[in-house]
Ligand binder design. Structure first.
Ligand code: GLY
Length: 371
């Protein structure tokens, strides 16, 4: 097992990464589950796969689990589920010092974390992420949110968990497409500021996705450590440091919006293609060689993630995609900062990007025949 500290000032916590953590949930939570009753929020798929294992650990250690089993999918991150889950927690008489367990992917972690942030002005929670994407990104760093009709994650709070337990065994029941979508966020850490890790991904990514457990532990622990470092430096995304974690997300968000946030393009798939577009746009601006952008696209395509915009078959132009970007949370006084690359592992925040130029670039990408 790897243990990664997240050194947030005043509220440090650990991320534990390893196989079999769910079966040992209670020992890993030592000192945190102070009452017999333990509230657990999850979704129906995760409950079907892992509910018995978690239930057994709690009961064997003298706890009474209280399950809230929600429908899988983004629509669960809603005002209605927030209200209903907070009311359910109140009915269980959860106190500020009690811990709520979030067992699931990003949807469950974001919703439960937001419930914990607002319940009695803030109570404690433990993230138990069961998808690769939530293990390497959303469970770490304290971003919590729900979606509203105006967009995804527009209402939320920064609220750090007390512990994150990333059980690699949970990845074994994850559909390959979901695993790959999470892998996009792994590659992201290499592209942001760690060219050696991108090279590691190039060599080992396919084997890791295929199931090699030692490679999975290394990839998850390395990604979590990279995220922990950035979050500890800029918890509230005020200095621009944490914004680096959004590499590929502005282009990706436009693609998700254009495809209706549907199963046609998962978030991680949109981020993968978004990173290719960020690399290709950076090369077009002369910031890095086109050969480096091609290298990024080649790796992303080879593992099985989308790497070509034209191959998506969208019926829109570049201006329509840019219009989606204008709803981005990062909009700042009419300008949209972009994460661009001066090379692999050299991502920076550029506040001078012309949206007309981006639209023109996207027109070219929409028409380009994949290599
Ligand atoms: N997923 C980006 C962040 O946590 O800041």
């Amino acid at each position: 097992m790897a243990v990664i500290p997240v050194n947030i000032a005043g509220r440090p916590y650990e991320v534990r990464v390893g196989a079999g953590l769910l079966a040992e949930l209670v020992p890993h939570c030592r000192g945190k589950l102070r009452k017999r009753d333990v509230p657990i929020v999850t979704d129906a798929n995760v409950h079907a796969a892992w509910g018995d294992v978690v239930e057994a650990s709690l009961r064997d250690n003298g706890h009474e689990p209280h399950w809230r089993i929600l429908p899988p999918g983004e629509h669960t991150k809603s005002w209605d589920e927030l209200a209903a889950t907070v009311n359910w927690l109140l009915s269980l008489e959860v106190e500020r010092g009690d811990h709520i367990i979030a067992l699931g992917g990003g949807v469950i972690g974001d919703l439960t974390g937001f419930c914990a942030a607002v319940l009695k002005r803030g109570c404690k929670f433990i993230q138990v992420p069961t998808t690769l994407l939530s293990q390497v990104d959303s469970s770490v760093g304290g971003k919590t949110a729900i979606n509203t009709p105006a967009g995804k994650n527009l209402v939320g709070a920064f609220h750090q968990p007390s512990l994150v337990l990333a059980d690699l065994s949970a990845l074994e029941t994850l559909p390959t497409r979901e695993l790959l979508a999470g892998y996009a966020e792994v590659v992201k850490y290499g592209l942001i500021n760690d060219a050696d890790f991108f090279a590691w991904c190039d060599t080992n990514g396919a084997k890791m996705v295929a199931g090699d457990s030692a490679l999975r532990e290394y990839a998850v622990a390395h990604s979590v450590a990279a995220k922990a470092r950035i979050v500890a430096e800029d918890e509230f995304e005020t200095t621009g440091r944490r914004a680096l974690l959004n590499l590929g997300h502005t282009f990706g968000h436009a693609l998700e919006a254009e495809t209706g946030f549907s199963n046609r393009l998962l978030h991680g798939e949109a981020v993968a293609l978004g990173m290719v577009l960020a690399a290709r746009y950076s090369a077009r601006k002369g910031l890095m060689p086109m050969a480096s952008a091609d290298h990024v696209a080649q790796h992303i395509g080879e593992v099985g993630l989308p790497a070509s915009l034209s191959a998506l078959g969208l019926d829109c132009n570049g201006a329509a995609l840019v219009k989606h970007m204008l709803h981005d949370k990062k909009m700042d006084a009419g300008t949209l900062p972009f994460l661009l690359m001066k090379g692999i592992g050299k991502t920076y925040l550029d506040k001078q990007v012309s949206l007309e130029d981006v639209a023109d670039f996207l027109d070219g990408e929409l028409a380009r025949t994949p290599a």
